[in-house]
Ligand binder design. Structure first.
Ligand code: C5P
Length: 349
């Protein structure tokens, strides 16, 4: 009831947060199953570099469609794109930085997810909240009160408890024939890539927030977020294609761009694209630290759902961890008047 009331009160902010929580939960499971499901003899596994390009293309098309609905005519959309992307080209160029970082991040996460168990991956990736806070303090001058610092610590401990409680007892008991190896070297690679992704996530999130909330009328207009997403996706497509050519050029030449695609891969691409657009909304109407909290809540939601679906009894550790996460969210949501002195208030929709 509380969630519905919040969504009705401020659909852009809380609606986006709710979508992000469910999107995060679905994505990690889908990504993992798309990379580890056994591949029938003679079939090929899909190339993650091409999936990243498709996701950016999907975001581009979706953002154009939303802009068309908002503006009411293609002619107006064309004029807007010409002004904002071509004439005002510096605003397009600044999007190259977060776009480059996210393309790198999306590729790193595919490596991480294939080399770590989902629990370890999710807990380690939660460190992105800390990197986000560090960059937010550095770039926005955000002041973190003692309560918020305590909330962050509680959040990390809570997620770690939930995740380690949710780990299956004997994950290595019957490995699938082509299941990812969890040999020490693979684990190390997985940990290294996920930690790099924490840094790109923190910096790109705060940088993107700064662009979306920047002063000036063009950044607060209703279409601005969709123009930013279009600029973002344009770079994403170009950089993503460069990754396809350099990493998988030979394979694409031999077996085609869409080799190994199936319904799970399509779902991964859809959920990643949806996530990208939702991230932009959450960062604009809330902030990049709240985005991190949404990811943590989604871990509790997905673990609770699987306990409920499979009829398991939650362990004491799980309940304690979930309570920590909920308490952390509550503590973080307590108003603190003295924060973010230098950033303008987020526009309300
Ligand atoms: O884990 P994190 O919150 O950093 O992930 C953000 C995700 O949002 C990235 O996968 C990034 O590609 C995506 N994103 C996007 N479009 C935006 C902003 C973020 O696809 N405009």
């Amino acid at each position: 009831v509380v969630v519905v009331a919040l969504v009705l009160a401020n659909p852009a902010k809380y609606g986006a947060l709710v979508v992000l929580i469910f999107q995060n939960s679905a994505l990690v499971l889908l990504m993992r199953s798309s990379r580890t499901a056994s591949v029938a003899n003679g079939e090929r596994r899909y190339l993650t570099t091409t999936a990243v390009v498709c996701m950016e293309f999907l975001k581009l098309v979706a953002s154009l469609a939303i802009l068309w609905i908002q503006e009411g005519s293609l002619e107006r959309v064309g004029k807007l794109l010409h002004t904002e992307i071509v004439i005002n080209y510096t605003s397009t160029l600044v999007m190259a930085i977060p776009s480059l970082l996210y393309v790198l991040q999306n590729n790193l996460l595919y490596i991480a997810v294939a080399n770590l168990e989902p629990g370890t991956y999710q807990v380690t990736y939660q460190l992105k909240i800390l990197t986000t806070v560090i960059f937010s303090v550095a770039m926005f001058g955000t002041r973190i009160s003692m309560i918020k610092a305590a909330s962050l610590a509680l959040l990390i401990v809570g997620v770690a408890l939930v995740q380690t409680a949710a780990l299956p007892a004997a994950p290595e008991a019957t490995p699938a024939p082509d299941a990812p190896t969890t040999a020490p070297q693979a684990r190390l690679l997985g940990l290294f890539t996920v930690i790099c992704a924490c840094f790109t996530s923190g910096f790109a999130g705060v940088y993107f927030e700064k662009i979306l909330k920047g002063r000036g009328k063009q950044t607060t207009a209703p279409w601005s977020i969709w123009i930013k997403n279009i600029q973002f996706a344009m770079f994403g497509i170009v950089l993503g294609l460069a990754a396809v050519v350099t990493r998988d050029g030979d394979l694409v030449a031999q077996h085609g761009f869409f080799q190994g695609y199936n319904s799970t891969v399509a779902a991964v691409i859809f959920f990643q694209g949806l996530g990208g657009l939702t991230v932009a909304l959450v960062v604009k109407y809330a902030d990049s630290i709240v985005k991190g909290y949404a990811a943590s809540v989604s871990i509790v939601v997905s673990s609770s759902l699987s306990i409920w679906l499979f009829g398991n009894v939650p362990s004491g550790q799980f309940v304690l961890g979930a309570a920590f996460v909920i308490a952390a969210v509550y503590l973080y949501s307590l108003p603190a008047a003295d924060e973010r002195p230098s950033s303008p208030p987020a526009p309300r929709s």
